[in-house]
Design a protein around this ligand. Sequence first.
Ligand code: NZQ
Ligand code: ZN
Length: 378
Amino acid sequence: MEFSYHNPTAIEFGEGKISTISDLIGKDKKVLFVYGFGSIKKNGAYDQVVKALKNHEFIEFSGVESNPTIETMNKALKIVKKENIDFILAVGGGSVIDGCKYLAAAAKYDGDAWDFLDGKAEVKDALPLGVVLTLAATGSESNNLTVVSKKEIDEKRLYFSDYSYPQFAVMDPTFMSTLSDTQLANGLVDAFVHISEQYLTKLNTALVNDGYAETLYRGLTKLAKNWDDRRTTLWQENLMLIANQALNFQIGAGLVQDWSTHLIGHELTAFYGIDHARSLAVVQPYLLRLMMADKGEKIAQMGKNVFGIENDNEAVIAKIESIYQSVGVTTKLSDLDIDDKVIENVTSALKSHGYTAMGENANITLDIVTQILKDSLK
Ligand code: NZQ
Ligand code: ZN
């Protein structure tokens, strides 16, 4: 066992915790308050932020879209520079948060900040960022990952930087009351795949990581089973906490990981605008079946410890599919709005991004990706 792990994001969890931002943001800071298309005006988050910032100077920037683009965030960047903003407050889901992580880094960079996404430059500094989370799914609120797109070239890319950790994340589950069933289901599936990308690789001896990952899996399985209760605070607050824990990278610390389902899914979203979680659900089951020789022992462990299924790996994968389907998320690419160029588009984009040998054993090649997509299209 060997790893470095440092997560500096302070978590304020629970109803009314938004009031803490009055003290968490220095009174001398000039704040850019960033959000999406107005969902925060329906669930009370907007009013509560304005109240909490009554002694701060702040400016608003809205219109950050799902799968945030640098085209939009560069408009915010102009405001940051012109107005001498020195704190960014992101209020929303993973998209607003990721857009703001990019913005915070871009504000301290002289060149074109897309350089961080295509690997030409590393983030060396960033403005401080705070988060109020309104949608449970990505874990972006307390991790160091940023995923943004460049519309001009239909690319969705990611980078890791310790400068991307928010200083704080307010997680008030009552803001989830306005989420649609689709958004709740997407969050559940995204979190499930986040655990899998860190867990479904090779056997390891780290009892803490696997034990905690299995607890999170069991929690999501229970939430899917209790889908009828999805409108209760109890259900929603558990999804909020599980999704957060699933991707603060603690369960993966020191372990080999495999993010290939995400890398393939990101290309599907870049071309066809498919919701992030839905892009994962049409990839993961087929990838697991094809990579059974590599992942079979962990699939068996998951079956035994999470679902009580012994010696039947196909039944484990079928169980994962049934969880996604039970919350209304399809596992077939053929059900989504794609075209007959999908395989060519995804494989050529992966190739141009250098993802030709993915997975814990670097053997998920473009031929395997082609087969995954063919199986999902059947
Ligand atoms: O724009 P508004 O009006 O705010 O509406 C948003 C948006 O339309 C709405 N919404 C948010 N909170 C709501 C709400 N609607 C009603 N009630 C609320 N309380 O939800 C819509 C989607 O929001 P979005 O932020 O796009 O969803 P999500 O949190 O799933 O984020 C997805 C993005 O995060 C990236 C994805 O690729 C995608 O771009 N990811 C980021 C990761 C990270 N940084 O760690 C990891 C993930 O694997 C993922 O790749
Ligand atoms: Zn994800």
